[in-house]
Ligand binder design. Structure first.
Ligand code: DC
Length: 236
């Protein structure tokens, strides 16, 4: 059986940075499920589908073949055979993904792909519904968050470093709007799984978060090994 770590949390909490670092330290594959919803959103944007037209979204998503490959340890998303990694991280695609990802037809298709990946490989998977829906039996579940101001400031710093001009208040408002949509949608809303550990990273550095996560994994593994040892004793 494969070993799976599930990380959920709102946009901009730093999930992907942390999950990538954790995967590298623990020698696991990193599965970015947001990138899959973004690839689907890119397809629908290119096809000029209205995100509010549920029937059009549902019909058109069948035409999008999304596959994942790992090239030099990096997740590459293919949309109908095209490597679309370079197009996924724009605000336009992110907003479209937030509007279209609640559609059941999209979720069904992508959750199946995610479950297959997790069944076949030891991985760290991040998203919104990994601990609650995609991998309810994950070995470790973490719900990672940070205040909306901190998340907006991180995004602002990232864009400014790239030379893009942006407005902190506007980014914060967008993040709060996206949180609301992700948390209040009918299908698989973003929420902390009952057995997930809450990690608020507002005042933590990346290294502190990664170390905290490694400690959580080690504690869980030790508890599991002890349980296993006790069970073997009982069986003797
Ligand atoms: O994590 P991200 O910003 O790349 O995700 C893009 C959108 O995809 C986000 O608004 C919510 C959605 N998403 C989802 O519904 N379920 C997931 N497991 C991952 C992302």
């Amino acid at each position: 059986m494969s070993y799976n770590i599930a990380i959920d949390g709102p946009a901009g909490a730093g999930k992907s940075t942390i999950a990538k670092a954790l995967a590298k330290r623990l020698n696991l594959i990193y599965v970015d499920t947001g990138a899959m919803y973004r690839a689907m959103a890119l397809y629908l944007l290119r096809e000029r589908i209205n995100p509010d037209d549920a029937q059009a979204v549902s019909e058109n998503c069948e035409e999008a073949d999304i596959t994942i490959r790992y090239e030099d340890g990096v997740q590459v998303v293919y949309l109908n055979g095209e490597n679309v990694n370079a197009f996924l991280r724009t605000e336009e695609v992110g907003n479209m993904a937030s509007k279209t990802s609640p559609q059941p037809a999209i979720r069904k298709k992508l959750v199946e792909l995610q479950q297959k990946l997790a069944a076949n490989s030891d991985c760290v998977m991040d998203g919104r519904d990994i601990g609650t829906c995609v991998l309810p039996n994950a070995d470790v579940k973490i719900y990672m968050t940070a205040s909306s101001y901190v998340r907006a400031k991180r995004r602002f710093d990232e864009l400014t470093a790239k030379g893009e001009s942006c407005d902190l208040e506007k980014i914060k408002a967008d993040i709060e709007e996206r949180d609301y949509r992700d948390m209040h949608r009918e299908t698989s809303p973003l929420k902390q799984a009952e057995d997930a550990l809450l990690l608020d990273t507002s005042d933590m550095t990346i290294e502190e978060v990664v170390s905290a996560m490694i400690s959580i994994c080690e504690e869980k593994n030790a508890a599991r090994n002890q349980k296993g040892a006790e069970k073997s004793k009982e069986d003797i």
